[in-house]
Write a protein that binds this ligand. Structure first.
Ligand code: MG
Ligand code: MG
Length: 267
């Protein structure tokens, strides 16, 4: 069942998304070698609650943390832990906020210190593919048009692996609503989108092969070949002539550039 949102609902989802973005912008200030992903998670939870939100992921189907933090070969749904991040790591931080009855969802992958040239390309191309997908979130297009745009830019153009097991999604009153929004597929297929459809578009892109497995914690998704993966996500509202991106990377990117412990040279 696909729920199209009213303008009032879209406004509330935007508020939740902007708190997610502000939280990720705080992460961009605090991330540096030596900090643990659990410290990031604690900081993010406090920031969300101090600003009137509730972490969407905490206790969602038993997920025990505020953030999914996925380092290097972890693709998504990583458990925050006591391992300090180090120079050369790529760290995906995925955050959800529930506020005023609606969820917001966004993710960003950070480069700690100097990372390899091939990791830089992975981050740049994954972020580009997100916007290639977002461009297609226009009334009259189909979900497959988004899927195709992401796959075309990553798998066909760069030979990266597009994860098949996990997909983007509708959201609103629920964190995950219909439709599913895959990062692979055929143009002109799937749901024909109308104004007011709110979806999370989230390319999960592997430097190597597409295959993944679940870690023993039951949540963390890792690449089978052990190569790194990147993940960027925006919540987007489908509109008539151009998509309305409800989350924002603007402050995250500014803080990333201002933080000497992060490498923002890839974009
Ligand atoms: Mg997310
Ligand atoms: Mg999501």
């Amino acid at each position: 069942m696909v729920y199209y949102k009213t303008n009032e609902e879209i406004g509330l989802i935007r508020k939740s998304c902007l708190l997610v973005s502000a939280t990720l912008a705080e992460v961009a200030i605090f991330l540096k070698p030596g900090i643990t992903t659990l410290q990031i998670d604690t900081m993010a939870e406090k920031y969300i609650r101090d600003n009137g939100g509730v972490p969407s992921f905490k206790n969602y189907k038993g997920f025990p943390f505020t953030c999914c933090i996925s380092v290097n070969d972890a693709v998504v749904h990583g458990f925050p832990n006591n391992i300090p991040v180090k120079e050369g790591d790529i760290v995906s931080v995925d955050v959800g906020v529930y506020m005023n009855g609606y969820h917001g969802d966004s993710a960003y992958t950070f480069a700690i210190g100097k990372i390899s040239e091939e990791a830089k390309q992975l981050l740049r191309v994954t972020k580009e593919s997100l916007y290639k997908g977002v461009e297609k979130a226009i009334a009259g297009n189909r979900v497959g048009d988004i899927a195709y745009a992401v796959q075309e830019h990553t798998e066909k153009k760069y030979g990266y692996g597009v994860v098949r097991e996990l997909v983007g999604h509708g959201l609103g009153k629920e964190l995950h609503e219909d439709p599913q929004v895959p990062n692979f597929g055929k143009r002109g297929t799937g749901l024909k989108m109308k104004e007011g459809l709110v979806i999370a578009i989230e390319p999960m892109i592997n430097m190597g092969k597409k295959d993944v497995y679940y870690d023993t914690d039951g949540w963390t998704v890792r690449t089978k070949d052990g190569k790194p993966a990147a993940h960027f996500e925006h919540t987007v509202c489908v509109q008539k002539n151009k998509p309305d991106i409800l989350s924002s990377f603007t402050v995250i990117e500014a803080n990333e550039k201002a933080n000497p412990a992060l490498d923002a040279s890839y974009f």
